[in-house]
Design a protein around this ligand. Sequence first.
Ligand SMILES: [Zn+2]
Length: 505
Amino acid sequence: MEAVLPYGFPTRRVVLAAIKHESHTFNRYPTTLDLFRRQGYHRGDDVMLAFRDTGLEMAGFLATAERFGWWTRTPISASATSGGRVSAAAMRDFLTVLGDGIRAAMPLDGVLLALHGAMAAEGDDDADGTILAMVRAIVGPAVPIAVTFDLHANVSDRTATLADIIVSYRTNPHIDHVPTAVVAAELLGRAMAGGPRPRSVVARAPTIVAFDRGRTHTGHGPMIDALAEARRIEREDPSIWSVSLNSGFSHADVWQAGPSVTVSGTAAPARLQEVADRLMAEGFRRRREETIRLATVPEAIAALREGRPGAPVIVAGYTDAPGGGAYGDATVLLRAMIEAGLTNAAFGAIWDPPTAAQAAAAGVGARIAVRLGGWIDPAFSGAPIEAEAEVMRLSDGRYVHEGPYAPGTVGSFGASAVLRIAGIDVIVATENKNILDQQQFKIYGLDPARQAAVGLKCMHGFRAAFEPVAAKVVSCDAGGLTTYDYTRLPFRAIRRPIWPLDAVE
Ligand SMILES: [Zn+2]
């Protein structure tokens, strides 16, 4: 239907919402509503105020809606760092707030949702699909729904059936939240204009790994090639609206975990499926091709020794990445840096709330005996570091991204401290956060560019902000829950057979 503005222009009524979580189902801590509230939870007009002109999807939704003159409502935006399954209570809250918001905004012409695509809740292996099913049940079959996904989405069949339009990120590190949202919003506008109705299909292959794990920062490899092919198909066939390559999220024991290709458009379903199947088959064929090899800890230390103040070597502890759902308390890399006697060195961050509180109680300048990190599951994270530390700085841990990764994002380590252990300044945090922006060091007076050696916890996201100031960047396997050794993870629900757990050709 067309609402009519007082000055006579027809407009469209659209609900914009975001509910994003990447759920590491082997992480034993549920991601609670309280955690979402601390990290990113807004309702109603507050969503608009919080995200307008930021680097996140909602900003792209809002800007496009404004450009097209849509009437909008923004019932909810909820996101939290990757972690254990979303609690049942949080999931209930999301469904209630979004459902009520949509009902209050009816009648609608369209719905725009920013999801992660790899959200699992307690008792629900396909939380994104559950959200879509509820939205579809409320708005009915005729109203188009467009969805954005992280390219680490694990897309279920139900999701593909329910979403008319799917658009995933095309960069990793993900620096295209806004362009992705703009594409999805423009395609929704196209669907709302009438004509043939778009639909989505999904293709999967029997593998946990493909498309170079979604890497684009190396500038070559299976993901880069697949993205080029996807753009070519979209250009040449106007009935194919969006081709998305999802490398998937492998640390989730759910049936649909792993890579997928989704294709949305008005072409015949068989044609859509043929495109998805073909791209997925190529991804499967090249599944062993990876553009990054993880260094061992000794290799990482050898690289760090080459760093000089002003020309730092940066080592990412890839396998204890909070952004991938790891605990962020792993000590293996930090211990090796301490034992190597590195100086002019910084490390961010160790998730250890008790030690952060201990430092705050002791005060700046105090020397304290700490038992740092390794407090959740030493089998993955390594034993705690027992050392004497000087409290260099205390902070409320709040920062605002200033680099290319989601600029404007507000985050917080919570009550936090910098502890100097031997020659290394270590950020000790109350909130478990991925390192994505230099501000996460700078708020503590630590300038990564002026260090000789920097250790941090992240997979890819840090590269956009840190590569420009680094003499060298190395990714390292230093233990942790985001390991690629899948035999260490007790998969039960994922579909079988699946490579590399099973021999599949
Ligand atoms: Zn991702």
